[in-house]
Design a protein around this ligand. Structure first.
Ligand SMILES: NC(=O)c1ccc[n+]([C@@H]2O[C@H](COP(=O)([O-])OP(=O)(O)OC[C@H]3O[C@@H](n4cnc5c(N)ncnc54)[C@H](OP(=O)(O)O)[C@@H]3O)[C@@H](O)[C@H]2O)c1
Length: 251
């Protein structure tokens, strides 16, 4: 199927995990894809594997986002799909939240996400689609995730308001809230292997489907929301979490 035929799609954080899998899915649906990331070597390797353009742009830097948009504009003209996916997960208990940890997560997961959309809007085709990668953490009280969860809750709030304002241009904007997905994000937390194993087991026990999701499973939903099949969907949020949000008391 070629649901994204002729569309130009940008995937931030496309060198790894959910972004990488979504770039692959977009390509299989006929889109022309540009991936971004912050590490030039990783971006280059992933871009070569996928056969797409890779551009280094740290979303913490507004001028880097502006340079990215300028390059996309010069090389591709206008865009149709923006997958705002780049993000970090830095768990820390309340009482031990440093200013650096706070600033880093806010400036990547929320400020970076907002300004990615902000700066791409002038080169967006009317009728396009924006997908913000959020998290079920926006709604859970999972220990050690207070700031991370707040960045995702803020992003979902932004999505709802933006949907109203972008509707006159028929640009749709939606959020995707995954549960735990098997990607390198957990290894980047700095937690010891044993801690990660314990965290993984505890989380899987609480998920009705008793497993982590795979990045490809998120990519399918993202690709649907990017396509014209989702033409009446905007300002919405989709949990994709093996049932974790049900929070069953038994099972
Ligand atoms: N995995 C999960 O369980 C899960 C659950 C819910 C939500 N999410 C969200 O899903 C999104 C993707 O995460 P993932 O699980 O696929 O993790 P991942 O494999 O670590 O991918 C994250 C991507 O974002 C990039 N990135 C991070 N900071 C950036 C910055 N300042 N500028 C540009 N790119 C940056 C990373 O680059 P580097 O390779 O250089 O780090 C990487 O390409 C994130 O927003 C995350 O919060 C993940």
């Amino acid at each position: 199927m070629n649901k994204l035929n002729g569309k130009i799609a940008i995937v931030t954080g496309g060198n790894s995990g959910i972004g990488y899998a979504s770039a692959k899915e977009f390509i299989s649906q006929g889109a022309t894809v540009v991936i971004t990331g912050r590490n030039s070597e990783k971006v280059q390797v992933a871009a070569e594997e996928l056969g797409v353009t890779g551009i280094v742009a740290d979303v913490k830097s507004i001028s880097a986002i502006e340079d990215l948009v300028e390059q996309v504009k010069n090389d591709f003209g206008k865009i149709d799909v923006l997958f705002v996916n780049a993000g970090v997960f830095q768990p820390a208990p309340i009482g031990q939240i440093s200013e650096e940890l706070f600033d880093n997560q806010i400036s990547i997961n929320f400020k970076g996400a907002v300004f990615t959309t902000e700066k791409f809007l002038p080169i967006f085709n009317d009728g396009g689609a924006i997908i913000n990668l959020s998290s079920i953490n926006a709604y859970t009280g999972m220990p050690n995730t207070a700031v991370y969860a707040a960045t995702k809750a803020a992003l979902n709030s932004y999505t709802r308001t933006a949907a109203t304002e972008l509707a006159p241009r028929n640009i749709r904007i939606n959020s995707v809230n995954p549960g735990p997905i098997a990607t390198p994000i957990f290894e980047k937390t700095g937690l010891e292997e044993e801690q990660l194993k314990g965290l993984g087991e505890a989380m899987q026990n609480r998920i009705p489907l008793k497993r982590y999701g795979q990045p490809e499973e998120i990519a399918k939903l993202v690709s649907f929301l990017a396509s014209d099949d989702a033409s009446f969907i905007t300002g919405s949020e989709y949990n994709i979490d093996g049932g974790a949000n049900i929070n069953p008391l038994l099972g």
